[in-house]
Every structure is written in C-alpha cells, then in structure tokens.
Write a protein that binds this ligand. Structure first.
Ligand SMILES: [Cu+2]
Length: 321
C-alpha cells in the first residue's frame, strides 16, 4: 500500500492539472481527464470502485453530492461514503472542483456507457451480476419437488375435510391396521434415506486430506483469502491476502472460514451459478468447508448473511485453471 500512496499522489497531480480546461467539455472528456485514473466503467475496480451502473445503485442526489464534494461527505459521516472509504483502502476520493453541470454530464456519461456495455460482458467475476439460476437444475428440482409435495398435502387435507363432513361409522380394526402399514412404510423410507446420505456427511469426508487449505477471513465488507490464518485485524498487516484466488483444476480445497467483526455467510457458487457450498463465517470460530473444484472457470463468492448495509459489496472470486 505504501507504493499505492505514491501512485495516488502522482495521479492527483495529473488530475487537478486538467481542472481549468474542463468546464465546456463533455462527460466523456471529463471522465478521461479527471476520473479514469481511479475508476473504470465496467472494467473492474481500480483505486476507486468500478462505476458501472452506479446510477442504478445509488440515488441521484447522493451521487451529485458525492461527486462534487466526496471529502465533505466522508467527514460528515455519511454511512455509504464512509463504507466506501473503508473498503477502498482508506483513500479519500479527491475533491475535483466540479460544478453541478459537470457532475451531471459525468453521471450521464457513466449511465450511457453502462447501458451500452452490459456488466456481464465487461466486468470480471467478482462484480458481474449473477444470472438467474437455470430452470432445470438440481436446485430447481428441489423447488418443484417442494411444490408437488405441498399440493399433495393440501389435496389430502381437502379430501379428509370433505369426507368427514357427515358423521360416519369407522371400522377401527381396519383403521389401526392401516396405521401400522403406514408407520412401517415411513420407517423403511427414513432408514433408506439415512443409509444413502450418511456417507456424504462432512464427518466421513474429513478422513481424506484436502489438496489445498485456504484461509478465509470475512469482515465488513470483504472476503480475504490467505495461506495462513488471520486472527485479528492487526494480522492483516503481515499476511498477504486477496479477494481473488487461483486454484488448479481438480483440486479438493478446504476453506477455513472465520470473521473479524460480525457473522457473515461464505457462499461459493459454481460456474453455472448454482450454490456449491456454504458455511458461516463467525468471529472466534473457524468453520471448515470443502469444495472439489473440477471444472475450470470462475466461481463467485457471495456473503449469504445480511451483515450490515454494505452486505451486497461482499464479493470475492475463485478462478480455477
Ligand atoms: Cu453479508
């Protein structure tokens, strides 16, 4: 980060230099002059966040205020601005002496580029929106099964309600015999399911050694991967961490997941955007979850537990080569 500070000083010099000539220029020119050093529109984060679709993410009035005077907003403790500041390495976006017309032109330019280049094409794994799950997938099969079971139960209840409307004599012997049959059938089902699923529990899998152990540290609002464990915020100064990690294909990875502040959810999605594995990230605990990465591709990681207002920013990525 020391290096980054020097780079920013240089960028600031370059950026403020262009100030006087800017006021008649279009949003595009302004963006190139004053923003492109730190931001892209749909090509990923630089020193500041990727501004793709920022017009959809934030309110217009907030954006106008932020772009014209970011430092005042951070100083005033605006929650979103402070979170961004924390997330982007505590680098304050400079005040670029823009008037409202220039700010509007810039925002219009960002909207325009966002419209022309959908993020799914332009943006890398961690920031691309997740496409909706496919209709025919194991996860949807569970949904359909659930709906079918619900309909069956409702039908049975309706049938029972209708058939018992008028009092009738019941043959208790036959009823009890039926009850025994149903009980035995239920028992057989339960034992079969238990026998089929028991070998798939994590306790059995723990007997094999993983090919690789990756430590995951969650905090508001990021996931950090590292080769050694991180126990405190102080450790982050000494441990190399990243929100992207590369893994060889056909590797069994054990993630050891913890959190530094509040509970988070560590969810790994597959190349087809189906949830592959998840575990809670809890302060003071290390939860283990194993994923066998077979196919090459991008595996997004999202937070699965609402952890505070910047929750949706918690994204990381695993690339399998
Ligand atoms: Cu979260």
């Amino acid at each position: 980060m020391r290096n980054a500070a020097a780079r920013i000083a240089l960028l600031l010099a370059a950026v403020t230099h262009g100030a006087a000539t800017a006021d008649t220029a279009s949003g595009q020119v302004l963006f190139q002059q004053k923003c492109a050093a730190c931001h892209t529109i749909g090509e990923g984060d630089r020193i500041g966040p990727d501004l793709h679709d920022v017009g959809a993410r934030r309110e217009r009035a907030w954006l106008m205020r932020f772009v014209t005077d970011p430092q005042a907003m951070i100083a005033a403790g605006d929650p979103v601005a402070v979170r961004l500041y924390e997330r982007y390495n505590r680098i304050v976006m400079p005040n670029l002496a823009l008037d409202d017309t220039q700010a509007s032109a810039l925002l219009a330019h960002i909207d325009e580029v966002s419209r022309q280049h959908p993020a799914s094409v332009a943006v890398g794994v961690a920031t691309a929106p997740m496409p909706a799950p496919a209709l025919r997938s194991p996860q949807s099969a569970i949904l359909y099964g659930f709906i079918a079971a619900t309909l069956l139960i409702v039908t049975v209840f309706v049938w029972v309600a209708r058939s018992t409307r008028d009092p009738a004599t019941v043959d208790t012997h036959r009823a009890y015999a039926l009850r025994r049959v149903l009980f035995m059938a239920g028992l057989v089902c339960a034992i079969t399911v238990l026998a089929l699923t028991l070998p798939r529990t994590p306790y059995v899998q723990a007997a094999t050694t993983p090919d690789r152990v990756i430590h995951v540290t969650a905090r508001q609002f990021e996931f950090l991967f590292s080769d050694v464990a991180v126990d405190s915020t102080g450790d982050l100064l000494n441990v190399a961490t990243s929100d992207r990690i590369t893994v060889a294909a056909d590797t069994l990875v054990e993630f050891r997941v913890t959190a530094l502040d509040v509970n988070h959810g560590f969810g790994v999605y597959g190349v087809d955007r189906q949830l592959l594995a998840q575990t809670q990230a809890m302060p003071g605990y290390v939860n283990r979850v194993r994923v066998h990465f077979r196919e090459p591709g991008h595996y997004p990681v999202l937070c699965l537990e609402y952890c505070a207002a910047g929750h949706h920013l918690m994204r990381a990525g695993i690339t399998v080569e």
